[in-house]
Design a binder for this molecule. Structure first.
Ligand code: SF4
Length: 206
């Protein structure tokens, strides 16, 4: 709403090509900005264990506000990118999820259908690989093909070729632009670029 209001004011004033500086200024005055500042360390504290997290979150979100301090005077930064935390499959217990019941839980492709995602068939692929051998030789062998599980749209599928060997099939048409693969791919081998204008999910009911 803040962005929309800033855009509306700019259009009303005939400013169609300038930067919407009113938007970040309005955001910094909003309740949302204050809430986000207060919770800025929440996730990072929980990475340090439940006891530390409970204590520090209590200090930051209960004690400091009582003293009139809404922005904790310290910031805990993440020092490693997300993808380095992925463990090899051999170190993990396999989780067996119940099948979707079609009432409360749904399979991925029916949810992708609801997203109305679409990309022109003949546009350049917006998902490519730096090295085509990595998905099978590393991701499949060491991590049991995580891209086939974390992608919410079933874009990455390991299928068997005629010789019975795995190969990665990329159904880029289904991509809902969450960018999880860009962040989570353990070898950072997936190249995600913005597709042609108009492509992607279209949540008509939102
Ligand atoms: S951005 Fe990546 S993970 Fe997300 S839907 Fe598209 S292909 Fe799947």
């Amino acid at each position: 709403m803040l962005a929309a209001e800033a855009a509306y004011d700019a259009l009303q004033a005939g400013r169609q090509h300038d930067e919407l500086t009113a938007y970040p200024a309005a955001f910094e005055q909003s309740w949302l900005y204050k809430e986000l500042l207060q919770a800025k360390n929440f996730k990072q504290w929980f990475k340090k264990g439940r006891t530390t997290a409970t204590l520090m979150t209590g200090i930051e979100q209960w004690l400091l506000p009582k003293l009139g301090i809404r922005n904790p005077p310290w910031t805990i930064h993440r020092v490693k990118p997300d993808h380095v935390y992925l463990k090899p499959a051999a170190e993990c217990e396999k989780i067996v999820y119940p099948k979707p019941d079609g009432k409360l839980t749904f399979d991925r492709l029916s949810s992708v259908f609801i997203s109305n995602t679409n990309h022109e068939e003949n546009q350049p692929a917006h998902l490519t690989l730096k090295d085509a051998s990595v998905p099978v030789n590393i991701n499949w062998e060491k991590y049991a093909g995580p891209e086939s599980r974390y992608c919410p749209a079933g874009v990455y599928e390991f299928v068997q070729n005629e010789e019975g060997k795995e190969r990665l099939q990329i159904n880029a048409q289904n991509c809902v632009h969450c960018k999880t693969c860009d962040i989570k791919d353990p070898m950072q081998n997936i190249v995600w670029v913005t597709p042609e204008g108009g492509g992607g999910p279209n949540y008509a009911g939102m």
